[in-house]
Write a protein that binds this ligand. Structure first.
Ligand SMILES: [Cu+2]
Length: 502
């Protein structure tokens, strides 16, 4: 039943992964998010479809589509326009793939409950910490007020037994996720993460909507391996030796699918350090990329393989045009018997479409908002490097600092920042900026066309540079860090300050 993930040499694997092809094969330059267009900081006023309905003449609520995947958190508030849930983090001894593991869970679930709302809703989360250590919840990709962002910069971590209420309006439609922002390398590895679905005002009309969370975990001696215990983990971050697919150890998902159906898949990589390369195999399954971190793309695109860095999300349209076995797979570099690095093809979701005589339906997607058309008015640069720390551990740095209390730059609300990330060492860094979206415009000085849309996380391969245009429209104190959680824990985290406009 359970088969071991064939990763025989992480060292070789990781070495091979450094400097890999960053881009997918696509050509479009647009995406969505509310109110980024134009050169004004006044971004709460622009797009009618992202604000709650007026108090009078409420339109009938459009029911949210079902989302197949981790169970959705129950909405405790009957009012339209408010989604109110309770999340409790606690230890969980769980048998996965025949192995008893000490994991951590939200509401006894790994992944945690999916939070499901629509754009413009207020989300209220009553959080209780039943762990034996402090924690927080960060809402990855959501443009929340900074006090709600769940980082230690803006919030005292919730102590064991403590509570915190998170409350904010969901400004942007898209696929997001949540996870702790203290000791995240240990807490996320052990299962503390969950999906967030923010539907468009008029959700896409598809036959099925799914959320796939593709993780990996490192199991040694029948347990989750201790954190940061090896030089390789400090250098490259922790890559696991087992896949964890929507909480199932190594076993692919096998949903019932039907010929003629069109589905929306939201795919997230919540792993500690591994970039997953994914795609579909099978003659009668067709797919294209509809959206990314910042929401739907005005121009969807097709590709054979998609690289999903840690923290990134993609929305896919998947259709079954005929019978025949197919699969959503990940290709993992591994070492074969001849000591060569080859891609092992591992199934993530197996598909065997049932025949149907029903007429195929056309998916109807909401139109995406245009990308902002703004010229940068501020230039900033962040250099990534590593030194040996006094404690003997590696010390990862941003502009020579390993201190998340250190503001790496300060700008004003509404600024458009040309941000150049320069990786001065070998390992790759998936760089994540809190509270804002950006576009990826150049790699090593060359214009990028294959990574369209608004992002909050970008791969920066070893010894390469990436130029972003960042729309700094959300004032506050924000984290900017590597999303390889071991690198963040070893210092690769800083602050970016966006001063509020008058
Ligand atoms: Cu890193």
């Amino acid at each position: 039943m359970r088969r071991p993930l064939v990763i025989t040499s992480l060292v070789t694997l990781l070495a091979a992964a450094c400097g890999g092809d960053p881009a997918t094969t696509a050509t479009t330059d647009t995406a969505s998010a509310d109110a980024l267009a134009g050169d004004t900081a006044d971004d709460d006023t622009a797009e009618a479809d992202t604000t709650p309905a007026a108090d009078t003449a409420l339109p009938p609520e459009v029911p949210l589509p079902e989302v197949w995947g981790p169970a959705v958190a129950a909405d405790e508030n009957p009012l339209p326009g408010v989604v109110e849930v309770t999340l409790t983090a606690a230890a969980k001894r769980v048998k996965l793939g025949g192995i008893q593991l000490d994991m951590l869970a939200y509401n006894d679930q790994i992944p945690g409950p999916t939070l499901h709302a629509k754009v413009g809703d207020e989300l209220v989360v009553h959080f209780h910490n039943d762990l034996d250590q402090p924690t927080t919840i960060h809402w990855h990709g959501l443009r929340v007020p900074d006090a709600m962002d769940g980082t230690p910069r803006v919030q005292e971590p919730v102590p064991p037994g403590g509570d915190f209420e998170y409350r904010f309006v969901l400004r942007d439609a898209g696929s997001f996720w949540y996870h702790p922002h203290v000791r995240s390398n240990e807490q996320v590895e052990r299962g503390l993460y969950g999906a967030i679905v923010v539907e468009e005002a008029e959700p896409a009309q598809v036959d099925v909507e799914r959320f796939i969370l593709l993780d990996d975990v490192l199991i040694e001696g029948g347990e989750i391996a201790p954190a940061l215990a090896t030089f390789m983990e400090q250098m490259h971050g922790r890559t696991g030796n087992h896949l964890l697919i929507n909480g199932q150890l190594d076993d692919p998902l096998a949903p019932a699918v039907t010929v003629g159906h069109v589905e929306r898949w939201r795919v997230l990589n919540p792993s500690n350090a591994r970039t997953f390369t994914v795609g579909f195999v099978g003659d009668n399954v067709h797919w294209r990329v509809m959206g990314t971190d910042g929401g739907l793309l005005p121009e969807p695109y097709e590709t054979d393989r998609l690289d999903i860095a840690v923290g990134q999300r993609y929305d896919l349209e998947v259709r079954y045009d005929g019978p025949g076995e197919a699969a959503f797979v990940t290709w993992i570099p591994t070492v074969n018997a001849q000591n060569q690095v080859v891609d092992a093809e591992l199934p993530v979701v197996t598909l065997d479409p049932a025949p149907s005589t029903a007429l195929a339906t056309e998916a109807v997607w909401p139109s995406a908002l245009p990308l902002p058309d703004r010229e940068p008015n501020v230039d900033e640069q962040i250099a990534f490097d590593v030194v040996q720390g006094e404690d003997g551990n590696l010390q990862w740095r941003l502009n020579g600092q390993s201190n998340w209390r250190h503001p790496i730059f300060t700008c004003g609300e509404g600024d458009t920042v040309r941000l150049v990330l320069v990786n001065q060492a070998g390992p790759e860094h998936p760089f994540h900026l809190h509270g804002q979206f950006f576009e990826i415009v150049r790699r090593n000085g060359v214009a990028v066309t294959g990574e369209p849309g608004l992002k909050d996380t970008v791969r920066v391969p070893g010894l390469e540079s990436v130029e972003l245009v960042a729309y700094m429209d959300n004032p506050g104190q924000w984290m900017a860090h590597c999303h390889i959680l071991e690198h963040a824990e070893l210092g690769m985290m800083a602050e970016v300050v966006v001063e509020p406009a008058e």
